[in-house]
Write a protein that binds this ligand. Structure first.
Ligand SMILES: *Cc1c(COP(=O)(O)O)cnc(C)c1O
Length: 415
């Protein structure tokens, strides 16, 4: 039997909704492999590879594989222009740094702020702008790797700064920094929050207050972007699961010249990096040639502006991450019982994203016997769940309530 023509096979796959050239590619690959019947699976694999919404039932609030923080839906679905770099008051050219960055600075108690593409870019730009060709002191206990590929010594090298290692892995004192300043001509002190791991036991590190006493610029990479340790945007005291996550406002108040952090961790916004602190230093970052290469676009700035406005209104419920993190367990149990599928279970969510390592948030959801991870991923929309001790657990803390019916449908379809 002659194999079907590529074109005919491609036309048969039109129902997948993929553009014709992709279907031709799937059809051709199937025929070349001598298995025309595999064309549909190949097209479906292409379709699954497209970026799409998923239901996160893992209980990991900042899930690196699922885009970290769930950020608010865009306020407008209209195609259109914006005043990205246009000053509506004067009709002259404006600055893209005037919107979200200015609001975030205000929310964090900083003189000024600058938004770039991610946390790594923020650190890179600060070091390039303030210390290229100069020595930067970092504690040996903070020469960390965070996530895939953010290695402090390597970022520092790329910036053109020279690393001066200070102290030891577990103990670094102010005197160690003082010696480095005196002997190695250090121009800047960099303190890095060791986001995703803890050194416990016989440890010591110099505080921001101590470092600031040395009279050099102190840059603190706090990483997670907890804006204020007092969490005034949610009801009640700061949640226990925050552990001792450093906060932007308090780090600046302690004497940091600049603070860098991610937009899509505890801040709860889109992927971005924020540099906040002394106006003159932020301005030097803004003027550096790398700033242009690292700047975000209007979509990111618009999403970040929504988040910044929510913080200024002290309305954590408008920030999906904080709304999910603060949902009472009883409310999650109630939703689980309404689903009408599986067995109600209590479980533990985690902040994730390298934030507050080792802490958990009491949660609830439903469980089904057996490992159904594959079948749930194949649902529409895909559901990502955890398998624990032979059961598939769906943690409702990370599920938007509007997705509960879709989740229930995916679970009830399991055999
Ligand atoms: C997450 C993190 C980074 C990297 O930020 P990205 O936004 O992932 O680029 C850098 N430093 C610290 C301390 C972090 O926690």
């Amino acid at each position: 039997m002659r194999p079907p023509s590529v074109d005919r096979l491609a036309r048969e796959l039109a129902g997948t909704g993929l553009p014709h050239p992709l279907l031709v590619e799937a059809a051709r690959a199937a025929i070349t492999a001598g298995d025309p019947s595999s064309a549909r699976d190949r097209a479906e694999a292409m379709s699954l590879a497209l970026l799409r919404p998923v239901i996160n039932a893992t209980g990991v609030l900042l899930h690196t594989n699922l885009g970290r923080a769930p950020y608010p839906p865009a306020t407008t679905s209209r195609a259109g222009y914006s005043n990205l770099e246009f000053d509506l008051a004067t009709g002259r050219r404006g600055s893209r740094h005037a919107h979200a960055a200015a609001l975030l600075a205000r929310a964090a108690g900083a003189e000024d702020a600058l938004v770039v593409n991610n946390g790594a870019a923020a650190v890179l730009l600060v070091l390039a702008a303030l210390s290229a060709g100069e020595a930067v002191a970092v504690s040996r206990g903070e020469l960390v790797e965070i996530g895939g590929g953010f290695r402090v010594p390597e970022v520092l090298e790329q910036s053109g700064a020279r690393l001066v290692e200070v102290g030891t892995t577990n103990r670094t004192r102010l005197a160690d920094y003082r010696r480095a300043v005196a002997e190695a001509g250090v121009a800047l002190l960099l303190k890095v929050h060791t986001s995703n791991y803890q050194i416990v036991g016989f440890t010591e590190s110099a505080s921001v207050v101590e470092l600031a006493s040395l009279g050099l610029p102190v840059v603190v990479d706090v990483g997670s972007g907890l804006l204020d340790a007092a969490t005034p945007w949610i009801e009640g005291p700061p949640p226990r699961w925050l552990g001792d996550e450093p906060a932007v406002r308090q780090t600046l108040a302690a004497g940091a010249s600049l603070v860098t952090f991610s937009g899509d961790k505890l801040l709860g916004g889109p992927q971005a990096g924020i540099i906040a602190g002394a106006g003159e230093l932020v301005e030097r970052c803004r003027r550096h040639p790398l700033a242009r290469a690292l700047r975000p676009g209007a979509m990111v700035l618009a999403a970040l502006q929504e988040v910044a406005l929510a913080y200024l209104r002290r309305d954590g419920m408008a920030i999906p991450f904080w709304r999910m993190a603060a949902t009472p367990v009883d409310e999650l149990r109630r939703r689980a019982s309404v689903l009408g599928v599986g067995e109600l279970v209590d479980c533990q969510s985690v902040p994730g994203g390298g934030s507050a390592p080792g802490t958990t948030i009491p949660s609830a959801g439903v469980a089904v016997a057996g490992d159904h991870a594959d079948a749930l991923r194949a649902a529409d929309p895909p559901v990502v769940a955890r398998v624990l001790e032979g059961r598939t657990v769906l943690d409702l803390r990370t599920v938007d309530p509007v997705d509960d019916p879709a989740l229930a449908k995916a679970v009830s379809a399991l055999s």
